[in-house]
Design a protein around this ligand. Structure first.
Ligand SMILES: [Zn+2]
Ligand SMILES: [Zn+2]
Length: 334
């Protein structure tokens, strides 16, 4: 299975400013001083292997959209943020967007998760089919309403493809794209839903816009079973621990520390931090990753040194082998 991240930013799309791009160029040229960089190959190798991500690249600014390549002819997509526009353009450019069926699963209807749908070019190709999936009952009305006057210049009926709507509930097992898909209700203003995808070769959990509060530390917290043994957990964590417990409590999102803790208890292989704060720079996100990894290493030592069975001992866990910050354009293979 391949997981393509098309949009990883939360709340609102952002773009780097001219000054920010210039700073990356300056930092890169400073780092290149004195290096033997004559050929294009040498320069590319230096950029890819020697420069920090914050200088050579960017985490990106498109809002949530993840495409799962499962071996099926049909497309499996999670959320329709502004990253969906990018996916649609890529498919159109490569000639892979006609006579296709697209399954788009929506976590909830906050703008950052649906604003890309009117800009999804394959929707304007006759013969295509889009099946919208969600667990909120007002799925059809909401998608039609976001394209009504005065919010948008053309209405939903302008789509040339066939559109259908499927409303699911926790407990359902949806069989599509060679996978079984299950869902879980999550704590978020207006409620959101996380999805678990079990394919032939891997299991992936897409869980965004979810606030895991104190009850997450209970032994039988349902989310643990939901994510258990997944190869990849895509986890909404724009906040530090102190933000999530302080000024941003009840905003509907979680911390990196909570992500590591839940991934460890669920014995998840890879944790991908997702839904980055629109106010965070590339530097800040890269530092956030360093802190997250440091916490992971310390918690491994703490678990090793604590005898199991005594009060306060950590519950059974297998720390994630890998923690990363998702970015627009990242592809992971399992
Ligand atoms: Zn969001
Ligand atoms: Zn939201």
């Amino acid at each position: 299975m391949k997981v393509h991240f098309k949009g990883t930013r939360g709340s609102i799309p952002i773009a780097p400013t001219a000054t920010e791009v210039q700073e990356k160029v300056v930092a890169s040229l400073l780092a290149a001083r004195g290096k033997d960089l004559r050929s294009e190959r040498q320069i590319r190798e230096f950029v890819e292997k020697s420069l920090p991500f914050r200088h050579s690249s960017t985490f990106g600014g498109n809002t949530p959209c993840v495409h799962l390549e499962t071996g099926s002819e049909d497309y499996l997509i999670f959320d329709g943020g502004s990253g969906l526009r990018v996916l649609g353009k890529e498919l159109m450019d490569s000639g892979s967007a006609s006579g296709k069926t697209f399954h788009i699963f929506l976590s909830h209807f906050h703008y950052d998760h649906i604003q890309g749908i009117p800009f999804f070019a394959p929707a304007y190709v006759p013969g295509n089919k889009i099946v919208f999936h969600a667990a909120h009952k007002n799925l059809r009305e909401t998608l039609i309403d976001q394209m009504k006057e005065p919010y948008f210049p053309i209405d939903f009926d302008t789509f040339q493809c066939e559109t259908t709507f499927e409303v699911h509930a926790p407990g359902d097992v949806i069989e599509t794209c060679n996978c079984e898909i299950r869902l879980i209700e999550q704590d978020h203003p207006g409620v959101s839903f996380g999805y678990r995808v079990d394919g032939e070769d891997a299991s992936v959990v897409y869980s965004t816009d979810a606030e895991h509060k104190n009850q997450a530390h209970c032994k039988d917290y349902p989310f643990i079973d939901f994510i258990r043994d997944a190869n990849l957990l895509i986890f909404d964590a724009p906040y530090t621990h102190s933000q999530s417990m302080g000024i941003r409590e009840h905003w509907g999102h979680s911390s990196n520390i909570m992500g590591v803790e839940l991934a460890a208890r669920g014995e998840v292989e890879t944790l991908a931090i997702f839904h980055h704060d629109p106010g965070s720079s590339d530097e800040e996100i890269e530092d956030f990753l360093a802190h997250t990894k440091k916490f992971l290493e310390r918690s491994k030592i703490a678990v090793k040194e604590t005898k199991s069975g005594i009060p306060g001992a950590p519950s059974p866990r297998s720390n994630p082998q890998k923690v990363l910050m998702a970015y627009d354009g990242l592809t992971l293979s399992f």
